[in-house]
Design a protein around this ligand. Structure first.
Ligand SMILES: *Cc1c(COP(=O)(O)O)cnc(C)c1O
Length: 397
């Protein structure tokens, strides 16, 4: 990364990074899709030289080691995250699992925040624990992390803001605790997308993102990214190459295309989500709106200090305790799609079963919670839709 590019704004880097090579004449704005398994060399010497260097340098030597389209996306993501280098994965979850394969071994202990993306708990139960890695969970705000550190703790894993209800943690403080004990701090940065939140800049060693969400941005491609500081890089590169991790150049192209407009889309998601959030706060059927950008959210001070904005995600809790209300509400929506994931251009709604995804804090007394992803539609139409859904379930006034 040149010193010039490291001083540029993130929106500029999204537009200027990952460029095309020059063809006869000129170059395209975007890099070409390079489909390849075999890569040809001019001589055996050239082949041997590339093979020799590829463990430390990024070289195009074989399709399983990555392709130039993916390399262009890696460069953009590394700049976005403020990291040293990036590797790409077929899904966000695959990027997360690689973190553990690269950095922990049987006998090690890992601490994971209570608010993590739920399928990580499944990975813990089906892979980490059976393979002899000890795992404990700590509170989403990190308040008990220092007490829970052990001599065998190798890795601390956070997600900030957390899944579903967006708990904030003091990431620089948690990084300090982890490093004091010789452990790495890893962050799931899917919420922040490298635009709104930058864990590597705040002290984390590794950042993973589901590019499936805002980077792709159009609900038509799956991808994960893993970016590290220079010190943490080599174990990731070595394990990825050992396992043959690569993504299709077509998918990398789609994600790169999405990242070009990331700044513009996020600004619009944020504006629309805040408009809907403020409307929900004032609605009599709503007990609480979860979004760290709101002034009375418990994470607001940390959000203000560490984030540069928010995105399209908001969750809200019904004042009524009727557990069926959330599902009936979601079923009553017309404009919102019902489905998993988020980060595309369209609005989505789902029931957030927070109590089922937390083990450190008891959420069983909370009212039913709905998670909304606010898309790029006209927010007045979204509010009209929410309003009629409250009315339809008898919660209008
Ligand atoms: C969606 C998501 C993932 C997983 O991404 P996939 O591409 O769906 O595997 C990981 N972390 C968070 C916070 C997510 O929201």
């Amino acid at each position: 990364m040149s010193s010039k590019s490291s001083s540029q704004g993130l929106a500029t880097r999204l537009v200027k990074g990952g460029t095309s090579p020059v063809f006869e004449g000129g170059r395209a704005v975007n890099p070409p899709i390079v489909r390849a398994s075999t890569v040809l060399f001019e001589s055996m010497d050239a082949l041997e030289d590339a093979r020799h260097r590829r463990n430390n340098e990024r070289m195009f030597t074989y399709g399983a080691r990555g392709n130039p389209t993916g390399f262009a996306l890696e460069d953009v993501v590394a700049q976005l995250e403020g990291g040293y280098r990036t590797r790409l994965f077929p899904t966000g979850l695959a990027a997360i699992s690689m973190v553990f394969m690269a950095f922990v071994r049987p006998g090690d202990h890992v601490l994971i925040a209570d608010c993590v993306y739920q399928p990580l708990r499944h990975f813990v139960d089906t892979f980490l624990r059976p393979w002899g890695i000890e795992v404990t969970y700590f509170r989403a705000d990190g308040s008990d992390l220092a007490q829970q550190m052990r001599p065998a703790t190798k890795l601390v894993y956070v997600e900030c803001p957390g899944s579903l209800v967006y708990e904030m943690c003091d990431l620089p403080a948690l990084a300090e605790i982890a490093h004091r004990h010789g452990a790495l701090l890893v962050a799931d940065n899917t919420w922040g997308s490298g635009m709104q939140y930058r864990p590597l800049v705040l002290g984390a060693d590794v950042s993973v993102m589901a590019a499936t969400k805002y980077l792709g941005g159009h609900s038509d491609v799956m991808m994960g990214t893993l970016t590290t500081t220079q010190d943490a890089w080599q174990p990731v590169a070595t394990m990825c190459d050992a396992q043959g991790v690569a993504v299709s150049p077509d998918d990398a192209y789609l994600v790169l295309r999405g990242t070009r407009t990331l700044a513009a889309r996020l600004a619009m998601h944020e504006r629309h989500a805040l408009e809907v959030a403020h409307w929900l706060v004032a609605h009599p059927a709503v007990a609480r709106v979860y979004c760290p950008a709101l002034a009375d959210d418990p994470g607001h001070a940390l959000w203000k200090r560490d984030c540069t904005g928010t995105n399209g995600l908001i969750s809200f809790e019904f004042a009524k305790a009727d557990p069926a209300a959330a599902a009936r509400f979601v079923d009553s929506l017309d404009l919102f799609g019902i489905g998993a994931s988020w980060g595309g251009f369209e609005s989505l709604a789902t029931v957030a079963k927070v109590a089922n995804t937390r083990t450190c804090v008891d959420w069983s007394n909370a009212g039913p919670i709905v998670r909304l992803h606010i898309g790029l539609e006209d927010p007045r139409d979204l509010i009209d839709d929410l309003s009629q859904a409250f009315a339809r379930i008898g919660d209008g006034l």
